[in-house]
Every structure is written in C-alpha cells, then in structure tokens.
Design a protein around this ligand. Structure first.
Ligand code: ZN
Length: 693
C-alpha cells in the first residue's frame, strides 16, 4: 500500500482550513481523506479518526478538546466539520467507571459536544478519548483482518508486525473496548499501534503524519508477510462460464426475489420486497464451484462493522429448486437466534430475517438490500471479504470469524440500530419500475416522479440521443437509481432482452408503465395502410409484448405487481384525422383491461391514465406533439401558444395538462391508495365527452 502523504497537498489543506479550524484539524482532515481513499483500509463510512487540542469557552478560557469523526461522514470526503468537537476534560474521567451502558454512553457523548447542532460522534469515540495521543487513526485494514481472522491470528500478527504493536482480543465496541484498549496501551510502553482481533487497527502519533505513516507501514508489513507465505493458488478443473452463470441467474432472480419478499398484513401492500445485485465474476465462481465452496463461503463477516449490512452469515443455496426452502430455513434460524440472544428486558425490534449475501453454485454471489444502494454496499463488502479469504487461502490458513453471541451483540448494538433507523424509506424505494417511451415528455415526467419516490427505474426507449441525454440527466440527480434500456417495444427479442437487463440489474420488475406510442395525422381516406400498420405495431403489438413479458415475470416473482398504462382521452373522445392513433390506442387500452381480468388472481393491478395533450416536460418536447401540433395549428389557424391556449380552454377547469400531472396520476395507482384495478383516471381538466363511463 502506497504512502500517499504529500507535503504540498498537506500545505494546501492548511491554507484552506487552518484560518477557520486551526492547523491540527486541517491536517486531521487531510490524512483522514488519505485513509478514506484506500478501499483496503475502510469501506462505506467505516473507520474513524480524531485529534486532541483545546477549545476556547465563551469566557475565553481554554479547555481540553477532542475532535472525533462524526457518524454520517465518510473519511473519503470528510471536511473539518465532519469531526465533532467534544469537551475532553469531562469525558476522560469516565475511564474510572466500571461499566457504562450504550445508551448512557451515547447520551454523554452528545451532551459534551461544543456545538449542540453537531452530528453525533462515532460510536467508537471513547476509544479515542481514553488513548492519550494527539492523533488517532482507526481502520479495518484488509491485510490486518487477513491475519486476525485465522485460528492462530495472534501468532501471525506478532510474526508479521513484531512487538511494536499491542494485541487486544475481541471486545464488543463501546465503553468496554475503549477501556480495554486504554489499559493495554498503558501497559505497553513503546507501542506505536494496536491490533484489535477480528476488528481492525489503531495507530497513534503526536502529528497527523506520524499516525498516518504508522498505519501505512504496519499495513505494508502485514501485506509483505502475507505475500511471503503465499503459494500459487490451486486451479480448479471446472468453473462455470460467466455467460452461463448469467443465464442461470436470470432464471433464479425472480424466484429469489419472490422468496425473499416478506408477507405483511396490509391488503394493499402485501409484501416488503428486496432488491438484488448479482456478483458474477471469476472470483465468485471460483469460490462457489470449488469443492469446499459452502464451507469457505458461509462464514461470519470480516469485522463487526459489516454486520449491520451483511447479517451474521451468508446463505448457501444449492440450486433454483431449493430457493424457497433455503430462504425459509434462513428466516426461521434468524428468528430462533433472535429469541436465543435478545435480552429479555431490553428486547430490540428485530430486523427483517433475510440474508444479505447469497451464494449459488454455477451462479456466484448475490447481494440483497432494501434498496439498490444497500445491495451495492453489500457487494463491496462481499468483494473485500473475498480478497481477504483468497489471501488466507493462499497462505494455507483457514478463516475464523467471530462467535455468534458477539455477532448478535454487534448486530443489535443500539447506536448501530439508530444509524439504520435514521434512514427513512421512500414510498417506492423497494420497487423496480420499467417505463417505456421514457425519453418522451410524459415518459420522462413519470421517470422523474418515480425516482423522487425512491423507485429504481428502468427507462426504456429507442436507442439514441434522446435516451442518452435523459439517462445522463437523471442518473446524476439519482445515482444508482436509473437504468437506461435501449428497447424497441415492437420487437419480441428486444423486449425480452430489455426485461433481462432489468432483472440482471435489480432482480425483477414490480411496476410496468407502458407508455411508448406513435401518432399520425391523416383522414381515413388519406391514411396509408402501411402507416396504420406502423402505428399498430408499436401501439398495439408493443403493448401486448410488454404486458405479456411482465405478466410472466410477475407470475414467477409471485409478489403481485402493478401496471399503469398511459392511455389517452382519444380512446373515449376520438378526434377527426386521428384514426390510426385513436384506434390503436383503444386497442392498447382494451388489452390493459383484459390484463386486469387475467392478472388479478396473482395480485397484479392494472389501471389506465388518460391524459389530454401534453406539450412538453421542461425542455423535452413531446414526440406526439411534434407530429400532431403542426397539423392542428394549421387546421385551427393558431400558432403554438395559441394551440396550447385552445387546449386549455376546452376543458372545464381551464387547466394546462403537464407531464407531472400524468406522473402524479401514475403515482396514485403505483402507491396503491385504493383497491382499484381495471379503472381509468382521466387527466384532462374535465372533458365531459371523454369521461370514462
Ligand atoms: Zn472499528
């Protein structure tokens, strides 16, 4: 691992931050970022750092202070205010206590902040308080965990790092760990750092650079030690090809998602769904296809920090047929385990009983999250765990994780629970939607609204600039929530490939919005058969293809679903010279009504939204209007503004219909406000002729 300290960068941090925050905190920020930028040291908000100094009171007195990384900040992007300042003189004496429970610890940490608005400091704060040094760095370095997570870990650490580090057996984070670490440090003069077994590394120094240099040099010694012991990995005879594994995954994913969905007692929202993220790589296939695959894969996490993301153990699933029983078995064991270890008087609310990491031979790893973002964090942890396990295997060692009571105590560590509960779930955050015609005005408006409600959105449209620019814009607003899918709805192959891409990305589809459509203006006398057929292909066959593909997927997932077809007021009140559009949209509308009859038995609701003309969604002009506008303007002798005015004035409410209005109507059905299926919601400002009866 490279030592990334640079004098000029350090000087730049001082120049930028010292005037307001002081030099120590400026350098604390700098080396915290150096640590955070190294994936082999910390992952996803893990690790923490501190610096001690003084603070001036309102009476201009100097008192000892400590600045500790606050929870919610990530070392990689931390700013000076990401270290919360606390009154060190009030906290240090707590070391004399025999015991301090978690709630009281968090309370005293919050109470001793200088700024009452500052975020809560890390749950490992007292560890920093009790150690005497000015700068403290705490990481969960891969190389250290490779050594601590083996049966003879203590010997390996001693051999690798010599006697300049102290070694602390595993202690549950909180007051007990802080005290044990401080006692050990006091009893180990001359040590430059401490290894926490099954947990990570602490280093210290009187300067930011000293603590950082020590972290890097200890990690380097561990890495060299590991490399020296490494032998060539055993080659496997037969490992599944990546493409074959992917095909199998596409088959397994809907079943996995269905089995992971947790039944609720709410009739309108009968399941809590989960999002999947496959990890199909050479490394994961090597693991799952090896002879001891299950034994090697199913182990407790590397460090207790990972527990709230990964649960205590992954789940091994032999094949697709055994998915439901394997998952039900895990859930039952998780619930039993909760009963076994939960404190009878201070029982926490149990988390959902689902695994977060699955392994399947011939497929690889599959990560599970309540949202895509969670599944992605789990994936990073899985990859890091695999790196460590591969190193252990190369050393000829074996992996040993924490014992179950320790795992449980950390999973249900109150400050950790708080961290998870502080994340509010958006209404559609556990759902995946597929929107066709997404790059048009109405489609993009629907995508925006779905994303704002937390939904994972596959935006499908013909390949091209329109789809690309939409994807670029929405992905930057909602990172990780948008998947552009190039798809011609009238091609059966493109439709099934498009659905497969969504299943590969998030595991399935819960909400389908058939919205793609073509328009054409011509009287019946002028209308060419070929033109009519072109519209029919997209508006009717395209709707049929995606309804059918979604229905098959919904059936395999077995958690219900929703379809909201974007119909049109023309279905009820057609316009002259608009025969091809009105007739083909009427057919699509009728297909959706049939779907509502056929799919009710599997809990799928199918509804329609019938808007009047929408001109644009922001700068995104409606394709329909590009086709229809000029003709209508000519027929009525109006310019573009005049035509919009005309449309506005013809409805009862004198309303201009926007893409957002259509999107809100979609949301009414998507969030299942009423037990409704087969119904049409007009979004037209009130057009008595077009009101569905
Ligand atoms: Zn830690």
């Amino acid at each position: 691992m490279k030592n990334r300290w640079s004098d000029s960068e350090a000087a730049a941090f001082i120049a930028r931050h010292a005037p307001r925050w002081g030099e120590a905190l400026a350098l604390r920020t700098y080396t915290s970022r150096l640590l955070g930028s190294e994936k082999g040291l910390v992952l996803h908000g893990g690790g923490n750092t501190s610096v001690k100094g003084v603070s001036r009171t309102l009476l201009n007195e100097e008192i000892p202070a400590i600045y500790i990384k606050a929870s919610g900040w990530s070392l990689e992007t931390i700013e000076p205010e990401g270290h919360t300042g606390l009154d060190l003189s009030a906290l240090r004496p707590l070391i004399r206590l025999e015991h301090l429970d978690d709630a009281a610890m968090v309370n005293v940490l919050r109470a001793r902040r200088f700024d009452s608005e500052a975020p809560t400091p890390s749950i490992e704060a007292l560890l920093h308080v009790f150690l005497p040094h000015a700068f403290i760095d705490h990481t969960h370095a891969d190389a250290i965990l490779t050594l601590t997570n083996q049966p003879d870990g203590v010997r390996l650490i001693r051999e690798a790092l010599g006697d300049r580090v102290a070694i602390l057996p595993y202690v549950h984070p909180g007051f007990a760990l802080a005290r044990a670490a401080a006692d050990l440090q006091a009893a180990s003069p001359g040590c430059v750092g401490m290894v926490l077994m099954h947990h990570g590394l602490i280093t210290w120094g009187e300067t930011a650079r000293q603590a950082y240099d020590t972290t890097i040099s200890l990690v380097n010694r561990a890495e060299e030690f590991i490399a020296k012991q490494a032998r060539a990995p055993k080659l496997l005879r037969r490992v599944t090809a990546l493409a074959v594994a992917r095909e199998r995954y596409l088959e397994a994913a809907p079943v996995l998602r269905g089995s992971l969905a947790i039944a609720t007692d709410e009739a309108d929202h009968p399941f809590q769904r989960f999002i999947l993220m496959p990890v199909i790589t050479r490394e994961t296939l090597n693991l799952v296809d090896s002879e001891q695959g299950a034994e090697l894969a199913i182990t407790p996490p590397l460090t207790s920090d990972h527990l709230i993301r990964t649960k205590h153990l992954p789940l091994w699933i032999d094949d697709i047929d055994s998915i439901p029983t394997a998952i039900a078995g895990y859930q039952a064991r998780y619930r039993e385990r909760f009963e076994r270890w939960a404190h009878p008087e201070r029982r926490p609310v149990p988390f959902d009983p689902n695994p977060r990491i699955l392994f399947m031979p011939g497929i690889g790893g599959i990560c599970v999250g309540r949202t895509g973002a969670e599944a992605e964090m789990v994936r990073d942890i899985l990859l890091q765990t695999l790196t460590v396990k591969n190193q252990i295997a190369a050393m000829g060692g074996s992996y040993r994780g924490l014992e179950d009571p320790d795992l449980f105590a950390m999973e249900y560590f109150p400050p950790q629970i708080k961290k998870l509960q502080s994340i509010r779930e958006a209404p559609l955050s556990r759902q995946v939607a597929l929107v066709t015609g997404a790059a048009g005005a109405i489609g993009s408006g629907i995508c925006r609204e779905l994303l704002a409600q937390g939904c994972h959105v596959a935006a499908a449209d013909l390949p091209g600039e329109s789809l690309n620019s939409l994807a670029a814009e929405l992905s930057s607003l909602h990172p990780g929530q948008l998947l552009p899918v190039a798809m011609d709805v009238s091609s059966p192959e493109a439709v099934s490939a498009g659905f497969a891409a969504v299943v590969e990305r998030w595991g399935g589809v819960d909400l389908l919005i058939p919205n793609a459509g073509l328009a054409h203006v011509a009287s019946l006398e002028e209308l060419k058969l070929a033109t009519f057929q072109k519209l029919q292909k997209v508006n009717v066959e395209g709707t049929l293809l995606i309804l059918a593909e979604a229905a098959r997927l919904f059936r395999r997932q077995a958690t219900g679903g929703d379809v909201v077809l974007i119909s049109t007021k023309n279905v009820f009140a057609p316009g002259a010279r608009f025969g091809a559009y009105s007739a083909t949209k009427a057919a699509a509308h009728q297909l959706a009504r049939i779907a509502s009859l056929e799919l009710a038995e599997i809990g799928v609701r199918v509804n329609m939204v019938a808007p009047d003309g929408v001109f644009a969604d922001g700068a995104r002009a409606s394709g329909l209007w590009a086709e229809v506008g000029p003709d209508r303007m000519k027929a009525r002798g109006l310019d573009a503004d005049g035509l919009q005015e005309y449309y506005r004035n013809r409805n009862l409410l004198k309303a201009r219909i926007t893409a957002q209005h259509v999107a809100r109507a979609v949301m009414f059905f998507a969030t299942r406000q009423t037990p409704t299926t087969g119904a049409t919601l007009p979004v037209d400002g009130g057009l008595p002729d077009a009101t569905p009866r």
